[in-house]
Design a protein around this ligand. Structure first.
Ligand SMILES: NC(=O)c1ccc[n+]([C@@H]2O[C@H](COP(=O)([O-])OP(=O)(O)OC[C@H]3O[C@@H](n4cnc5c(N)ncnc54)[C@H](OP(=O)(O)O)[C@@H]3O)[C@@H](O)[C@H]2O)c1
Length: 277
């Protein structure tokens, strides 16, 4: 590690947006800890690291496991004695009509997307506070700005991330710590494959089956024009390295249009627009 090299920690680096963020940070000179819950998934990043001689390290970190989070953070701190950037990226989608969701499915969704982000942030914040500097990037979504059918659980986690980040930003600002929200639209990653369908919503007899089918067709169509994870990584890097970053950054033409529409339209007009998708 060089003397003024910044240290970054990324969660969920095994694929998609997290993979690209870890890569762009390492390529831009950050000593980057690409964390993932299953280290066997590091082979692609590892071969790029070796090819390009990048400052990339791999550490096991499952955001749902307190012990895993504490052990990973302690190991990084013991290694390099500082953490400048935390990118809370790990997450997945739970799909299904609200009535078809079990409370356990919703709790499990929150355990990763919301409590997972809280676990890593609470483990790293004391280090940043003592340093009197740091940047926390929370991967939200367009789903943190507006709701849509079959997404109530996922949308709730991202609204929670938005509220937490906005509040936290006031508290940590006096300690030189910045909080940034990244809000991607539809991005081509493993996200749809990894999404979990609520058990009851798989039942063709669910009262919501026709709506579910419509939504899936709509989503698949939107996915055709989805943006790349590289775009999200570039926006994240630009935000993190800005002298005075904004609280929120949209990532993708689609989400820019939806958020603009939401600003201009009444709730009822926006509701009608989402129904057309
Ligand atoms: N793709 C989109 O359209 C989109 C849009 C807006 C926001 N986002 C957000 O972007 C973030 C990344 O998603 P993605 O699109 O890159 O999807 P992805 O390719 O499925 O990547 C998700 C990452 O999260 C990891 N993860 C899941 N549960 C975890 C846990 N308990 N502990 C540690 N890591 C865990 C996954 O690890 P495994 O490989 O082990 O499963 C994977 O590395 C998520 O927060 C998602 O909500 C995505």
């Amino acid at each position: 590690m060089t003397s003024n090299q910044k240290v970054a920690v990324v969660t969920g680096s095994s694929s998609g947006i997290g993979h690209e963020i870890a890569l762009i940070l390492a390529r831009n000179g950050f000593l980057t800890y690409a964390t993932m819950r299953d280290l066997q998934k590091n082979s692609k990043l590892k071969s790029i690291k070796d090819e390009e001689n990048l400052p990339l390290e791999f550490i096991q970190l499952d955001v749902t496991d307190e012990n895993s989070v504490k052990t990973a953070v302690q190991k990084i701190y013991d290694d390099v004695g500082r953490i400048d950037m935390l990118i809370n990226n790990a997450g997945y989608g739970l799909t299904g009509a609200f009535e078809d969701l079990s409370i356990d499915e919703i709790k499990t969704q929150f355990e990763t997307n919301f409590y997972g982000l809280i676990r890593t942030t609470q483990a790293i914040l004391p280090i940043m506070r003592k340093q009197k500097s740091g940047t926390i990037v929370n991967m939200s979504s367009g789903a943190g700005r507006f709701g849509f059918p079959m997404g109530s659980a996922y949308v709730s986690t991202k609204f929670a991330v938005e509220g937490l980040s906005e509040s936290l930003s006031y508290e940590v600002e006096p300690f030189g710590i910045r909080v940034i929200l990244i809000e991607p639209g539809m991005i081509k990653t493993n996200f749809s494959n990894a999404s979990i369908m609520a058990k009851k919503s798989i039942d063709p007899n669910s009262s919501y089956a026709p709506l579910m089918k419509n939504m899936q067709t709509g989503f698949n169509k939107l996915l055709e024009n989805a943006s790349s994870p590289q775009l999200v990584a570039q926006i994240t890097l630009d935000a993190m390295t800005s002298d005075k970053p904004n609280l929120r950054y949209l990532a993708g033409k689609d989400v820019e249009q939806w958020v603009e529409a939401k600003k201009k339209m009444s709730d009822e007009e926006f509701h009608d627009m989402i129904k057309q998708i």
